[in-house]
Design a protein around this ligand. Sequence first.
Ligand SMILES: [Zn+2]
Length: 290
Amino acid sequence: MNKNKRYLLALFLIVSSFTSKADESELNPAVIKECERITNKLASVDLQDCLDNRLDQAKGYSSEGAPILHKDYLPVPGRLPLGRVLLVGGIHGDEYSSVSIVFKWMKTLDEFHSGLFHWRILPLLNPDGLLRKKSQRMNTNGVDLNRNFPMSDWSNATHDYWENVTKRNPRRFPGIAALSESETQWLVHEINEFKPDVIVAVHAPHGIIDYDGPKNGPYKLGRLYLNLLGTYPGSLGNYAGIQMKIPVVTIELPYAGIMPKPAEVAHIWRDLVSWLSKNIITEKDASPPG
Ligand SMILES: [Zn+2]
């Protein structure tokens, strides 16, 4: 931890001890340690902001045993949320902007969460890939997590693709079996438990919106336009969007290492919330009134 961040952490602990903000969970040592590791890696995420997010240590762990942090923005009491949204960043460890932007959006939610949706947010699914000396797309076992989700005939479909299309590119290795990795196991568990109406996954650097699932995806979010890339075997879009029929919006930021400008970060968010408001369909919408 550098001097500045150590100072900020000390300041946080002191200030917290004098305000109603502080409680045991906020000072969970495992969460503080993960915030330190993340903010040492990502210049766009401030340690204080990470701590202020009051992330929870989920029951999920990376393959190396790092906690996968998450946070729920709960429905406001008395207000029926339009639906549940699962937002996931950092599935690929070398797509820095896909983690940083989720932290920026959490800051927005911290200020303006209105209870319109019940959000569950995982800013970094692949901590081992990001938080190693040289960040990598895959997890610590060399598995591309976005090819490790289950599908029928997973072994043939993913390995055919890996061998014949990617020419055994190690960055696209799907693993030895579907859900062989603790990170994908955890995300599938979260999907089954949380039952999201929409999943939003953030990646980089294609600079487009991709979509898998029923109906149509958003045509435009900020400066990013819908451009369907096709559905890869073993991907989250294939698993959740095609098989489970949960709309999966994939936001592909234009650069892995450069964040969009603050106005664009806000613009993508506004357009996403607007699209969700108009397009989210929950089971309760389908049931008769009464
Ligand atoms: Zn990616």
